[in-house]
Design a protein around this ligand. Structure first.
Ligand code: SAM
Length: 365
């Protein structure tokens, strides 16, 4: 089977068969979720809540449809598109539960041109585009269906963050065949679940599988996205942070609102947001310090024939991220990671698939 199709099928498996089927019980939308996303949409589309009424809105990569439902609750006429039938079934359950007549869903691969008779006033892409084979192409497909003076909201994953450093180490080790083993070992590495980390937006079960297994994980930077956007006739309408990212941040979504000021043929321009940022090749002393150690770990675990060992190592890595995710001191953050990488190579510490002994020592050094 063609590699691109294989990857698309695995994306469907992770999101359609797994993630949204066990993660979201779509019985209701939490008040806090509605409030947060109403404010977020107002901020990035630069509109008051009343200005959403009767707007034609496209929400993309909708998962179980929760964000699309918030837009419909604000009075917009919403179409939600997602890659998998199972997610669209879930999204329709939510629509029926909430009794929303101004909300429709359909299945579609947004790497392909969007099949819709009309263009939209507003288009949203919330935390999904980086899992497509080529995010620039997706952006182009969205911009093509946006009216002139229409607005686009993007929430993307930003590289040069601790989250994606951890993800890239794990992604160099794991492959699709390790998914089920990893899933079965989560409970041993996180016996208390994920609430203990007190950061439900960044540290949660599904995030492990998003970051470690979805075939594409194309991280980016403001510079790259703004460059692509300009070539597509888009102008930013929200503030762009002046500071570059660095690794003392665990994770920070890259969010921008745009207005379409020109019709452009994006297919003939040289777009940049087509791959991930290489987290190992950065001019950052903390990364340079552990560069060789990272490679030693990758080489050892990637070539290990013991699936339990390699999955345990990667879940342990996620645990390091979870443990240090609130730190703002870059040295402290990296001290833990370095210690973990050193200890992992020392086989006497391993008790595979038991509650990670390595952590009993963290902080004591
Ligand atoms: C991380 S989830 C995000 C879901 C939702 N937007 C959110 O923020 O909670 C990624 C979603 O993108 C969808 N997706 C991935 N690739 C896609 C593609 N090529 N076309 C359409 N949807 C896609 C997946 O099926 C999944 O529902």
């Amino acid at each position: 089977m063609d590699n691109v199709i294989k990857k698309l099928n695995f994306t469907k498996f992770v999101y359609g068969d797994k993630q949204f089927q066990y993660a979201n019980k779509v019985e209701y939308l939490a008040e806090g979720f509605i409030k947060y996303h109403k404010e977020n949409f107002q901020k990035y589309f630069c509109l008051n809540e009343s200005e959403f009424i009767n707007k034609n809105v496209l929400d993309t990569g909708v998962g179980s449809g929760k964000h699309a439902a918030v837009l419909a609750l604000m009075g917009a006429n919403v179409l939600g598109i997602d890659l998998t039938e199972k997610n669209i079934e879930k999204a329709n359950e939510l629509k029926n539960k909430l009794n929303l007549n101004n909300l429709d869903f359909k299945v579609g691969n947004l790497m392909e041109p969007i099949d819709s008779d009309s263009n939209f006033d507003l288009i949203s892409a919330h935390n999904w585009m980086q899992h497509a084979e080529n995010p620039s192409k997706v952006m182009g497909n969205l911009v093509n269906k946006l009216k002139l003076n229409g607005k686009l909201y993007l929430s993307l994953y930003q590289g040069n963050t601790f989250r994606f450093l951890i993800a890239q180490i794990a992604r160099n080790i794991l492959n699709q065949k390790d998914y089920n083993t990893c899933e079965s070992l989560v409970r041993f590495h996180f016996p208390g679940g994920f609430h203990q980390f007190n950061n439900y937006l960044d540290i949660y079960l599904e995030n492990i599988f998003d970051d470690f297994f979805v075939p594409y994980c194309n991280t980016t930077s403001y510079k790259v996205v703004l460059d692509d956007a300009e070539k597509m006739g888009l102008k930013p309408i929200t503030n762009i942070p002046k500071k570059n990212m660095n690794y003392n941040v665990d994770n920070l979504a890259l969010r921008i609102g745009f207005i379409k000021i020109k019709e452009k043929d994006y297919k003939n321009v040289n777009l940049k947001f087509t791959t991930f940022i290489n987290e190992f090749d950065v001019d950052e002393p903390q990364i340079k310090d552990i560069h060789d150690l990272i490679n030693l770990n990758i080489n050892y675990f990637k070539n290990s024939n013991d699936q339990y060992e390699k999955c345990s190592f990667c879940l342990g890595l996620y645990r390091v991220r979870a443990e240090v995710n609130k730190y703002t001191d870059i040295e402290k953050r990296f001290k833990h990671l370095k210690y973990y990488l050193e200890q992992s190579l020392d086989k006497t510490h391993w008790s595979i698939a038991s509650a990670n002994p390595i952590f009993q020592n963290i902080g004591k050094k």
